[in-house]
Design a protein around this ligand. Structure first.
Ligand SMILES: [Zn+2]
Length: 424
């Protein structure tokens, strides 16, 4: 019973071993199965489904699932909480040209190489505006999640997928990408029973560090000194980027550095990544993150100020309040709600909105402030940035970012892909 994921079901793993995969591939070829080459966005979610990151999903959603998600925040069964549609879109033209019909078994390829088998059980259309309104609370295409929704093609395919060719995760991400089952093995090895997830797409400044430390103390005050039974999992989101995002390499390596340089004990700290394109759905994305981290085996999940929000679409604490609206017992993970952390010059330390009485003197860790520190390249006080982390940001900018710690067009064009699918 140890591999129980979100929805109370066994973690999904739909990956064929190599021999079986080759056999199925030959059968599909002999049967002249239709072939579709997928883009990165879809390939990423095929991998997530196949390894159980999206358990209990076994494939791309059917229309009934998408409607359940939009209207009731559940899958089609009416009880499994799910907040964001996971869909496979296809253009009318491509659908016609390929001749794909309901109940076809098709071969998916990525960058031309055999990748997965897709059992198409549903072909349907969706009202994109309605999805935007219900999932994101707005129909404005300035919202990146809404924009992604509007960019979907006009038809959708639903059905189970089976991976026949596992991805090769490229450096420097290789050691950070663990499947839900591997993650659970790792926790067992470490003897962790309490695992607090920290969601991030940032390099860590001391505000983040204290956010994690606060959550740890709150959740686990009675830590045993000799044999810790719990720890913090930093699970960085690696996926599609927006202008001004940190480069993925800097995010993951700098998060790891907090353990490497002793700001966290290595036996109570672990850095990993998951592949996911942020939707910035605020409260609904918070619920999705809770489901994802349940599947990774976490027991607790931190939700900070404006979790997964964008612009001013959500109140900074909507992503906390949404958990009160879910039926009791529908999630198998305990949320830890964090208020704002800031640097207070009077307290002379990083402190917490719920504690510090000098709100008018606070120096917030705003994105703009941190960005200008990094762009100036002048080492900030260690109370703001740990020197080892700061040096590593600069190193990553040179090594991976073509001179920039933030995403540029150049980076998007020239970067080494996070994963590749090799010939089978
Ligand atoms: Zn203060």
């Amino acid at each position: 019973m140890e591999n129980i994921g979100h929805g109370g079901k066994e973690i999904v793993e739909r990956v064929l071993p190599k021999d079986a995969a080759l056999k199925r591939l030959n059968e599909l070829k002999a049967a002249k199965a239709k072939v579709l080459d997928v883009r990165l966005q879809i390939a990423t979610e095929v991998i997530d489904i196949a390894y159980g990151f999206f358990s209990p999903l076994e494939g791309f959603m059917t229309k009934a699932d998408v409607e359940g998600v939009c209207n009731n925040m559940t899958l089609a069964d009416g009880k499994t909480v799910w907040s964001i549609p996971i869909v496979f879109d296809i253009s009318d033209d491509e659908l016609k040209k390929s001749g794909i019909k309901q109940y076809d078994e098709i071969l998916l390829t990525y960058t031309g190489n055999p990748f997965a088998i897709f059992d198409v059980t549903d072909i349907f259309t969706l009202d994109k505006k309605e999805i935007a309104m219900k999932v994101y609370g707005t129909t404005e295409d300035k919202h990146p999640g809404v924009k992604r929704t509007y960019q979907y093609q006009d038809k959708f395919l639903g059905g189970k997928i089976t991976l026949i060719n596992p991805p090769k995760i490229n450096e420097p991400f290789t050691r950070f990408w663990l499947t839900p089952k591997q993650m659970r093995e790792k926790f067992k090895e470490k003897g962790w029973e309490m695992i607090i997830n920290h969601q991030t797409r940032n390099v860590p400044h001391t505000g983040h560090e204290w956010l994690m430390k606060g959550a740890y103390l709150g959740a686990y005050g009675s830590m045993m000194v000799d044999k810790p039974r719990g720890g913090i999992l930093v699970n960085a989101i690696i996926g599609s980027k927006r202008d001004g995002d940190y480069i993925d390499e800097a995010i993951i390596l700098c998060q790891e550095a907090q353990g490497k340089y002793g700001y966290f004990r290595e036996d109570t700290f672990l850095t990993t990544c998951s592949l996911w394109d942020m939707r910035y759905a605020g409260p609904r994305e918070a619920v999705f993150h809770a489901c994802l981290r349940t599947n990774l085996g976490c027991t607790h999940h931190m939700f900070g100020r404006d979790h997964a929000g964008v612009g001013s679409y959500y109140d900074p604490y909507d992503a906390h309040r949404i958990f009160n609206t879910l039926p009791k017992g529908s999630l198998n993970i305990t949320p830890i709600f964090n208020l704002d952390w800031w640097f207070c010059p009077v307290c002379d330390e990083v402190t917490y909105m719920g504690l510090c009485g000098h709100k008018d003197k606070k120096a917030s860790f705003s994105g703009t402030m941190i960005r200008s520190i990094i762009q100036d390249g002048v080492k900030p006080p260690r109370r703001i940035f740990r020197p080892e982390v700061f040096d590593l940001i600069m190193e990553c900018a040179e090594k991976y970012g073509f001179g920039d710690a933030f995403v540029t067009e150049d980076y998007l064009k020239r970067r080494n892909p996070v994963f590749t699918i090799e010939p089978l």
